[in-house]
Write a protein that binds this ligand. Structure first.
Ligand code: HEC
Length: 394
């Protein structure tokens, strides 16, 4: 029952998280596009930097951007912040129910590092906070004024963090933490920089003073960072369904390739929106493609070597009974799943069940190390290889 209830809570939070995440990223795409599409036109009002014409939903929109701000403040000003805040809050809640609740299963892999669930959770919270502090300091330092150098440093920060996560957490735990850390940076950009700066601008206007243009510029820089990080972060958020991503012994390099690839695709789109000729930025696409191809090559499975004399069915029954069936049976006997459906409906109590799930088992337990959950049963690499060899025989 608890497993069932937890699954529903998990699903409800996930649903919420996806909805607000779409709203946030949609707004981010739209506003960055809008900014790049602004053009100076004849007869613009005082303080207008540029305007854009849009057609959508049966009508035309004419949007003007004031830099820094209009002379008087409209009373019905729309703010865009709750999308970001709620995405963070639901994301953190999801981290709690999915990873902290069962930390010893999902976050800790004794083969990577022996630690208690409590220790894993503390490390998780501290690194999310630490990632934001390090990124924020970088942006505020003199490096923050040099866009190219800053991009390289933020890239190095993310890849470095991925390396460290790989030294402490399970493979999937490490990948979700890359996503969570970057997502935290993005939400904190909104909460700590973009909105506060906007509020200072509004306060100056209300006080009848000229707002400091630097505030708007910094807000814009952070919002552009968020835009570049959206594509990689989305991939990290779904990474746990693809064990080949984090099964690689140097999974942090896969992280580097994903950030590079997503960032380059975003760069191409942004520059074209800004009015650059596609030819002048088209170089970004082969770079993105090459990064992906290298990632695909690296993560491709090594063929399972057949074992001399073949693997007997009895040997496989023995392995799955010892390491899988307590959770993956019609009626699981494992404490955490008693009285509930087997996880993901995967039943391995017959050899037919094992055959039916061959591809998933290969990904989860042979090439990847996601199963058995948290390696509670201490399966050996030799047993994993035997399982792989038997699946290849089928
Ligand atoms: C302690 C319980 C437990 C044990 C033992 C266990 N699993 Fe799992 N298994 C789970 C849970 C929980 C999930 C769902 C994971 C998730 O939510 O991503 C799962 C999911 C799976 C999936 C489906 C993955 C997907 O995303 O559809 C496969 C395949 C699988 N396990 C195979 C195995 C194999 C093979 C073994 C034995 C070597 C094993 N499991 C041992 C709990 C267990």
């Amino acid at each position: 029952m608890t497993a069932f209830a937890l699954d529903w809570i998990n699903l409800a939070i996930r649903w919420f998280h996806i909805i607000v995440g779409i709203a946030w990223i949609g707004a981010s795409f739209h506003f960055v596009w809008l900014d790049f599409s602004l053009r100076a036109r004849e007869g613009m009002a005082k303080g207008v930097y540029g305007s854009s014409w849009l057609v959508h939903g049966g009508g035309f929109y004419h949007v003007e951007k004031y830099l820094v701000a209009p002379e008087t403040l409209p009373h019905d000003l729309h703010w865009f912040k709750w999308e970001a805040y709620l995405t963070f809050l639901t994301g953190f809640a999801l981290l709690v129910v999915q990873y902290y609740w069962n930390a010893s299963a999902f976050l800790v892999d004794p083969a990577v590092l022996q630690m208690t669930a409590g220790e894993a959770i503390i490390i998780s919270v501290l690194t999310l906070l630490g990632g934001w502090i390090a990124y924020d300091l970088l942006c505020r330092s003199p490096i923050g004024e040099r866009t190219g150098l800053l991009a390289v440093c933020v890239f190095a920060l993310i890849v470095g963090a991925a390396y460290l996560f790989g030294q402490v957490f399970s493979g999937r735990g490490a990948f979700i933490h890359v996503g969570a850390m970057v997502g935290t940076m993005m939400a904190a950009n909104v909460f700590r920089v973009i909105i506060p700066n906007q509020k200072k601008i509004t306060a100056s206007l209300l006080a009848g003073e000229a707002p400091d243009p630097k505030l708007g510029k910094i807000g814009k820089q952070r919002s552009l960072h968020n835009n570049y990080l959206t594509l990689p972060v989305l991939l990290f958020m779904v990474s746990n369904h693809y064990p080949f991503l984090y099964a690689h012994p140097r999974a942090w390099l896969v992280v580097a390739l994903i950030v590079l690839s997503g960032g380059m695709i975003r760069h191409f789109l942004n520059r074209v929106d800004a009015g650059d000729t596609p030819a002048s930025v088209v170089w970004a696409l082969p770079v993105a493609a090459l990064a992906l191809i290298v990632a695909i090559y690296w993560t491709s499975p090594t063929p399972q070597a057949p074992q001399a004399g073949g693997v007997t069915d009895a040997a496989i029954s023995q392995i799955v009974t010892t390491h899988c069936v307590m959770c993956h049976a019609a009626k699981p006997t494992h404490q955490a799943f008693k009285g509930a459906e087997p996880p993901k409906g995967v039943m391995l109590d017959t050899l037919d069940g094992v055959r039916k799930n061959a591809a998933q088992i290969l990904a989860q337990a042979v090439q990847g190390r996601a199963m058995p959950l948290g390696n509670e049963t201490g399966i050996t690499d030799a047993d994993r290889a035997t399982l792989g060899a038997w699946l290849a025989q089928q």
